[in-house]
Design a protein around this ligand. Structure first.
Ligand SMILES: Cc1ncc(C[n+]2csc(CCOP(=O)(O)OP(=O)(O)O)c2C)c(N)n1
Ligand SMILES: CC(=O)[C@@H](O)[C@H](O)COP(=O)(O)O
Ligand SMILES: [Mg+2]
Length: 622
């Protein structure tokens, strides 16, 4: 029974609690998170690690007037539980239920919709600047993880914050983990900051003594100044942040609510930009997650006692099919290298097999792309594997460093299409549009995992410029994997011939289109079905032939209609003065909510039933 938690209707209720009670509450919150996520799935380890931080923040600050900006937002479940969302917590990430991330429409305590990493310092700084303009006395605080701190935008924000010198608190939640082990020079630097608190005490004592020395005169002052600097470097203080204009406080124990509260209060009093370095344990309080936090970053339903997933994954996923073929190709071709932006699990086996040909650049999609361009321009064959939604970050790099240079980089866009429960921020439904209008790029989407492997092979062999392929989240179609073959660039295939109309499908929509066509024969409708394979270049010959043959052409894609595959086909037809009915099936011009992939496909007419009904109504109207 949640004795304390059920009485917390808002953060105001925390103010009356003793530290002992706050710790009991922390345990109740952990239990609630673990039990709920064992049914719903979600971001377990990050949220468990941030419970005390959440309680300290909401009891030290006057939220929602004081603003907490969560970075990524995957650690915000405790925040949801104490800000009036307990009753709906069991609906977390379910269709129609609570979002897995902070969302302004959900609560007045959520000040920024998040999901993509490293935005919190910039947004918090903007809010702090706005407070200043309006003479408001509000505290604005960003909570950012050590992983999110590897993102370029976070550094841009630190740089600007040090310059603006507004009152801004950054709470660095350092658990030494991104999704996997954190990487990079800053991460190594944080390691050094974390070690041996005695050194920090020694540093403070020495500095206190030195600060009293000026009374002794100029010469001593000068020497002392140098000595002070030397000591600072020697004991590895928060010098990096100090040089950027921040007051550095820490490192402190991020599970000690009293210490956290004191530091938050101190930071408010100090003013200007202050960084509190809190050290936490990812997965805290749930042994399986503490032991292997990377396995519990994002989980599906699991058995609380054993920590094991409830659903066994028997069928190969698209990600696995991709990795498998990349490894096979890399065995024979040592120019192949793999790049990930902090998601090495997707290419994990590659890392194990070819550690020298694998680069985890951190949450740095822009850098990943230009780094890949550099590699390619010097003869390597880089496969950059990034979720479709996160590659949006690197649009300019794709334009400037890949397409303009015709750099033969291979872009593997995982999670293309509807991803499901992560919702708005994570659906990969804009990639055809943000890629296809750029000169020199080739864009493909496979109908199944076998064709994905053929696309990997095609990409490895292709040297004329950048080539991209996007594939869905989750299980493949269970087709038999044979030897991948090289695909002819810009060629689709006719899978079924009919006499009433043609349906041009791309990627994940090919099989549903085929199934719909088979079922529609019962209604007397006979469709030609095309697996288009290429969004760019289109198979012009095939499409123009079909346009001569039929009065109606359907296009279908798991992508927004604006600027997508259907738009490309329509442009081709218009450019060739062909006037026929084109009915585009795809996602509407809005952000798609969270829910399972099946629920969302059904809602937006991207399942067999939806295709059938669209085809029937179109042909009947026409
Ligand atoms: C732009 C972008 N790239 C990648 C991700 C995927 N991602 C989500 S959380 C995360 C790791 C974040 O690590 P950290 O900030 O340290 O938080 P922790 O999970 O350790 O609490 C990554 C890589 C993302 N959300 N946004
Ligand atoms: C918060 C975040 O961005 C990631 O953890 C993401 O939720 C992972 O998604 P997958 O579960 O599709 O790998
Ligand atoms: Mg971390």
């Amino acid at each position: 029974m949640d004795e304390l938690l059920s009485k917390i209707n808002s953060p105001q209720d925390l103010k009356a609690l003793s530290y002992e009670e706050l710790y009991s509450l922390a345990e109740e919150i952990r239990d609630e998170i673990i039990i709920t996520l064992s049914e719903t799935g979600g971001h377990l380890a990050s949220s468990l690690g941030a419970v005390e931080i959440t309680l300290a923040l909401h009891s030290a600050l006057d939220t929602p007037q004081d603003k907490i900006i969560w970075d990524v937002g995957h650690q915000s479940y405790a925040h949801k539980l104490i800000t009036g969302r307990q009753e709906e917590f069991s609906t977390l990430r379910q269709y129609g239920g609570l979002s897995g991330f902070p969302k302004r429409s959900e609560s007045e305590y959520d000040h920024l919709d998040v999901g993509h990493s490293s935005t919190s310092i910039s947004a918090a700084l903007g809010m702090a600047a706005a407070c200043d303009l309006e003479n408001k006395e509000e505290t604005v605080l960003s909570v950012i993880g050590d992983g999110a701190l590897t993102g370029g935008i976070a550094f841009e924000a630190l740089n600007h914050a040090g310059h603006l010198n507004k009152d801004l608190i950054v709470l660095l939640n350092d658990n030494e983990m991104s999704i996997s082990k954190n990487v990079g020079a800053v991460s190594n630097y944080l390691d050094k900051l974390r070690v041996n608190p005695q050194l920090h005490r020694a540093k403070e004592e020495v500095e206190n003594i030195i600060n009293k020395i000026p009374a002794l005169g100029n010469k001593v002052l000068k020497t002392a100044g140098k000595f002070k600097d030397a000591i600072k470097y020697l004991v590895v203080s928060g010098i990096l942040f100090e040089k950027l204009g921040f007051t550095y406080l820490g490192p402190i124990d991020g599970h000690n609510i009293k210490v956290l509260k004191e530091h938050i209060k101190n930071a408010e009093e100090i003013g200007g930009p202050v960084l509190i370095h809190a050290v936490t344990q990812k997965g805290k309080g749930y042994p399986p997650a503490e032991n292997t936090p990377a396995d519990y970053h994002g989980v599906g339903p699991f058995n609380v006692r054993t920590g094991k997933a409830k659903r066994k994954k028997k069928q190969l996923t698209y990600t696995q099919a991709y990795t498998q073929s990349l490894i096979d190709l890399a065995k024979a071709d040592e120019e192949i290298v793999a790049i990930t932006a902090a998601m090495p699990k997707g290419t994990g086996d590659f890392e194990n097999q070819f550690p020298d040909r694998f680069y985890d650049v951190g949450i740095a999609e822009q850098h990943a792309v230009t780094f890949g361009a550099g590699l390619a321009l010097e003869g390597a064959k880089p496969f950059i594997t990034i979720y479709s939604t996160f590659l949006q970050r690197a649009y300019d790099q794709i334009f400037h460093d890949l397409c303009l240079q015709q750099a033969p980089v291979k872009l593997a866009l995982d999670r293309g299409g509807l991803v499901g429960k992560d919702g708005e921020t994570h659906h990969g439904v804009f990639d055809f549009a943000y890629l296809r209008h750029l000169p020199n790029i080739t864009v493909m989407a496979p109908k199944d995992e076998m064709e994905l492997q053929s696309m990997v092979k095609t990409a490895a062999e292709y040297e004329a410029g950048p080539i991209a392929f996007r594939y869905p989240r989750g299980k493949g179609r269970g087709v038999k994997l044979k030897n991948p073959k090289s695909l002819e660039i810009g060629k689709g295939e006719i899978l079924r011939e009919g006499k009433d109309a043609a349906i041009l499908a791309i990627g994940s929509m090919v099989y549903p289109a085929l199934e719909a066509a088979e079922e529609l024969t019962r209604a007397g409708i006979d469709l030609t079905v095309v697996n288009s394979r290429f969004v760019k270049p289109l198979d012009q010959e095939l499409i123009l032939n079909l346009a001569q043959q039929f009065d109606t052409i359907f296009t279908i894609e798991e992508h927004v209609l604006q600027g997508g595959f259907g738009s490309a086909v329509t442009e081709l037809l218009i450019d060739n003065n062909l006037k026929l009915d084109v009915a585009r099936i795809g996602l509407p011009d809005k952000f798609i909510e969270h829910g399972t992939q099946q629920e969302l496909k059904a809602k937006y007419g991207l399942d067999v039933a939806g295709i059938k009904s669209k085809v029937k109504s179109q042909l009947q109207e026409g």
